[in-house]
Ligand binder design. Structure first.
Ligand code: GLN
Ligand code: ZN
Length: 765
């Protein structure tokens, strides 16, 4: 037989039960016991789904009330001292409220403290809590939660495989804080606790433990490679079988290392890196199990089971029962169950597979490879083949006009008419802006009224006319407030937009939206990424009437507001039948037409947001340039239709710029606004060695905080910026959009910001 398993299953529940329970607990509406009961119920249901599908093991350890990396941090007792007396934690459990305080700064019990940093897990949109590491730190087993969950699964009669973040990847994901030190120096202290955990799991009757080590698909320093060897050598005596799980890419130069680790099994990603299958098998020691991640854990398309069966037949021949089958990575990254999508058309549904469906795919493929395929399996293969045939030939996929237009593009379409200095002169004349012009990033508070109106509109209670009238009122209100504040370049405030990707996706052909396709983003937060099914076409202008209306209300320049092509791509499930780059170009073309229409409607400045540009970077540095080349080209394709006098802005909200500063300059936006206030303008260090040529607005107002920044603080930040960048090229603006804030904070903060700009003008006049 061929064993089938998953690296992890979504924990949020088909109806986001976990989100609801956790948030109710935070609000004090349900008690701890009720929350734990929901957790138990969800685990029970998810294990049962795995058994019903026919998996050989259920996976325990993928459940978390907040984050699975935080679970391991708690298991290791690695709680920063600000969350309570370390002695206390040393004696007892890291309780749930301590975990919640680490994640969000506060919980129903315990003293509030600054939350731990959160960041994206590898190249996914899932955020984990960054382990805070300290030189000389000590670790000890500090949570029994995992063992309780194992006991639960055992009681239910399931064969258990435990999944845990491995010791090297846990350290790799950690950060040293202010005092940088070698994180690897902690390995020796971490390993005995892992040893203890594994021994205890063995005593509970667990046969296999999967240790997630996706760090192995990245560029590792030599010391880390050596540490992998020594760490797994140290763990080889534990009385349980270990499977090292790698995913999100190929092992590359770590292949020999990964294959040779003294453990009983290795999991590889054969979706992102199908070519590594043969070399891995060629080098696999004869005692080792190879779990092949053949079903895509990062996307929503139905698998081509017949083709996979054929492709994996020789692996099966060579490995026999040492071949296992699984999705490429944890199913955490896809929606839960396609069956819930009653509003998607049947044809489209037949092309898709969510987590629950991927269980069936995995089992069928495993049974076929193990020569145990039954009628149900043969039926599934036939159905998949038929659906894929329909999909490949479907007129929904291809629009001849799109392909023709892309093919006919020349380099000229990627460049503005004139270089920045010439454009800047025209723009200064057209826009008549003062030194240190002030602006905002686009959105203004999404008030309860705005959200209520949208809900009523969506449910049909509110007609389109009435809804749009309310949105116009919100825009007029935002314009009036900006004029009163004395801002120089205005925005319409994005009242009419639910989400910066969804809003555009809903208006573009080629995108589809699910009703329940939620994926966990962090903690209780879920996102519902659109699915790009076919060639992208813009049937009509998307934002022009709103921007035109806003501009009609004021003499000051109004900035049009678009989400850029890379961000649209990055935050969607992307079609798998053509390169990402091609899909991105199609989106860029659609947006280019929007830029042209906004310009024709008299909008003098257009912002193209690309907050996701950086997160699209491949996990291997060798692939960065290739990505950046096409990502930059797509942005330029969108923007370059602007005439010299039309000012193109872009916005990005993160502070790790140094790596990609050249690419950012290559976007050739006239103005870029970026996040800097929290890092105290540290970001501008990147501008020390690299002379950024265009205008820049380093954010001076941290919109993630309810605090109102004072004038002196903002002046001081801008003075820092002025040490690096000529004042003629500086803008004054917040870090990001203001939609999550209330007007009561935004107005005083922006009043101070405008005052700061006035003071700066006087100083630099
Ligand atoms: N224009 C968007 C806003 O202001 C930008 C959002 C973002 O950068 N994530 O909300
Ligand atoms: Zn932002």
């Amino acid at each position: 037989m061929t064993s089938a398993h998953v690296l992890g299953y979504p924990r949020i529940g088909a109806n986001r039960e976990l989100k609801r329970a956790v948030e109710a607990y935070w609000r004090g509406e349900v008690d701890r016991e009720a929350l734990e009961a929901t957790g138990r119920e969800l685990r029970k249901r998810h294990w049962q789904a795995q058994r019903d599908a026919g998996l050989d093991y259920v996976t325990v350890g993928d459940f978390a009330f907040y984050d699975q990396v935080l679970n391991v941090t708690a298991l290791l007792g690695a709680v920063p001292s600000r969350f309570g007396a370390t002695d206390e934690i040393a004696r007892g459990e890291v309780d749930l409220d301590t975990q919640f305080r680490m994640a969000r700064g506060r919980a129903p019990s315990g003293t509030p403290a600054a939350a731990c940093e959160m960041t994206k897990y590898f190249d996914t949109n899932y955020h984990y809590l960054v382990p805070e590491l300290q030189e000389g730190q000590r670790f000890h087993l500090a949570s029994s939660r995992l063992f309780d969950e194992v006991a639960e699964a055992r009681e239910a009669g399931h064969p258990v495989k435990v999944a845990l973040t491995g010791p090297l990847t846990w350290l790799w994901l950690g950060k040293g804080g202010e005092a940088e030190f070698d994180r690897l120096s902690l390995l020796e202290a971490v390993l005995p606790v892992y040893g203890e955990i594994l021994t205890r799991l063995a005593a509970q009757g667990v046969e296999w433990v999967q240790l997630d080590e996706p760090a192995l698909v990245q560029d590792l320093p030599v010391a880390w490679k050596q540490a992998f060897e020594s760490a797994y050598n140290a763990l080889r005596s534990v009385p349980v079988k270990l499977m090292v799980a790698t995913y999100f890419g190929g092992l590359g130069d770590n292949l020999q290392l990964a294959v040779g680790l003294p453990v009983d099994g290795l999991h590889i990603d054969a979706v992102r890196a199908p070519d590594q299958l043969t070399p891995v098998i060629d080098n696999l020691p004869g005692y080792k199990v190879l779990s092949v991640g053949a079903i895509d854990g990062r996307n929503v398309w139905r698998a081509d089971l017949a083709a996979l069966h054929e492709r994996l037949a020789s692996a099966r021949m060579r490995l026999g029962e040492r071949l296992w089958l699984a999705p490429s990575c944890s199913l955490l990254h896809v929606p839960v169950d396609l069956a819930a999508e009653s509003e998607l058309d049947e044809e489209l549904k037949s092309w898709l597979a969510f987590a629950r469906q991927k269980l069936d795919e995995t089992v069928t493929l495993a049974r076929l490879l193990g020569n145990r395929g039954n009628d149900e399996d043969r039926g599934r293969v036939a159905a998949a083949t038929a659906a894929l045939d329909v999909r490949r030939a479907s007129p929904r996929l291809h629009r001849a006009a799109v392909a023709e237009r892309l093919a006919s593009l020349s380099d000229a379409e990627l460049s503005r008419d004139n270089p920045f200095p010439v454009r800047a002169r025209d723009q200064r004349r057209a826009l008549d802006l003062p030194l240190f012009p002030t602006t905002t990033i686009g959105s203004f508070p999404q008030t309860g009224e705005i959200r209520a109106a949208r809900r009523a509109y969506r449910s049909g209670e509110l007609g389109r006319e009435a809804y749009e009238a309310q949105m116009r009122a919100a825009i007029a209100d935002a314009v009036q407030r900006q004029e009163a504040l004395g801002l120089d370049m205005l925005v319409h405030g994005e009242a009419e937009r639910n989400d910066m990707v969804e809003y555009f996706g809903e208006q573009l052909d080629g995108f589809v939206f699910t009703r329940h396709g939620w994926v966990q983003s962090y903690g209780s937060r879920c996102v519902k990424p659109p699915i790009i099914v076919g060639d992208v076409v813009r049937p009509e202008a998307m934002t022009v009437r709103w921007s035109r209306y806003a501009q009609s209300l004021t003499k000051r320049p109004m900035k049009g507001m678009l989400t850029g092509p890379v961000t649209m791509l990055q935050w969607s499930f992307v079609r798998d039948d053509q390169p990402r780059e091609v899909t991105c170009r199609q989106i860029a073309l659609a947006l280019r037409d929007e830029v042209a229409d906004l310009q024709a409607a008299g909008i003098p400045a257009i912002q193209i947001d690309e907050p996701a540009l950086r997160e699209g970077l491949p996990l291997r540095q060798a692939e960065w340039q290739g990505y950046l080349d096409w990502a930059v080209a797509c942005f330029r394709l969108t923007a370059a239709v602007a005439r010299d006098a039309t000012q193109i802005h872009t916005h990005m909200c993160y502070s790790e710029f140094n790596d990609i500063i050249a690419a950012i300059a290559a976007l050739d936006a006239d103005v870029i606004t970026i996040e800097t206030s929290r890092s105290n303008m540290e970001l501008l260090d990147a501008f020390q060695d690299f002379a950024y040529p265009n205008e820049i607005g380093p954010g001076v107002y941290d919109i993630h905080s309810p605090n109102v920044p004072d004038v002196a603080w903002m002046v001081q930040l801008m003075e820092k910026a002025a040490e690096r960048i000529p004042v003629e090229r500086l803008w004054v603006n917040p870090d990001c959009g203001l939609k999550t804030r209330g007007w009561s904070e935004v107005e005083p903060a922006l009043a101070n910001m405008v005052e700061a700009a006035r003071e700066l003008r006087q100083r630099h006049a």
